[in-house]
Design a protein around this ligand. Structure first.
Ligand code: G3P
Length: 217
């Protein structure tokens, strides 16, 4: 399973990179705004800064919602850095844009996916990644993890190569549950990733090992 961090916060991206388990970064306009990164030039520079910290894929979202606008923006984003993956919304022109980028060899992440049908279309159009938003489904009493398992089933039926990138992950159990149902990638906050390493029995056990070692010294 690949681990992406879902933030535009440089300190958190550095922390995750230093942990040695980071495979990439996802961002969106809301995450950029949260860090106070506004204005086209600042946002583009921020993408390059992120690429220079991590080794893996960095998703950068188009703002246009028409085909030509998405193509122009997406090509400019892809030209910024070889690690950039162009994030395209699951709308009618977005599907056309995914196909256009696939034919051009530009990697994409189809975002704002909430149903198996949308995921099937994204794969048909040749998306590199599909991003089902599991936390937002849970928010409206729909089962986000179930959607991941449905997409896994459909993709495996036909051998689609599009990677399932479980997004809108809110906590550590989301990561575990996504791993159980076969998500290829998860993207979440640093807190959810760090939750994986914590167990009270580890702390208690280590304390006892050290205490016993020190008895003889
Ligand atoms: O990866 C998508 C993510 O940024 C959305 O997360 O928590 O706003 O639903 P959230």
């Amino acid at each position: 399973m690949k681990f992406f961090i879902d933030t535009a916060n440089i300190d958190q991206i550095r922390d995750a990179q230093e942990l040695g388990i980071l495979d990439g970064v996802t961002t969106n306009p809301s995450l950029m705004a949260k860090e106070g990164i506004t204005g086209k030039n600042n946002i583009l520079k921020h993408y390059v800064d992120i690429c220079n910290i991590v080794d893996g894929d960095v998703s950068a979202e188009v703002i246009a919602t028409d085909l030509q606008g998405m193509i122009t923006e997406g090509e400019a984003l892809a030209d910024l850095h070889e690690q950039i993956v162009v994030k395209v919304p699951m709308i009618r022109d977005g599907v056309k844009a995914l196909k256009y980028f696939a034919d051009k060899g530009i990697r994409t992440n189809c975002t704002l996916v909430f149903s198996p049908g949308q995921a099937l279309l994204a794969a048909k159009a040749g998306a590199t990644y599909v991003s089902p938003f599991i936390g937002r489904l849970d928010d409206v009493s729909s089962d986000g993890i179930h959607l991941i398992s449905e997409i896994r089933h459909i993709y495996d039926n036909y051998g689609y190569q599009t990677e399932i990138l479980a997004a809108s992950i809110r906590h550590t159990m989301h990561i575990i549950d996504c791993a159980k149902v076969g998500a290829d990638v998860m993207t979440g906050p640093l807190s959810a990733i760090e939750g994986l390493l914590k167990h009270p029995l580890t702390d208690i056990g280590l304390e006892k090992f050290l205490a016993d070692y020190n008895k003889g010294n």
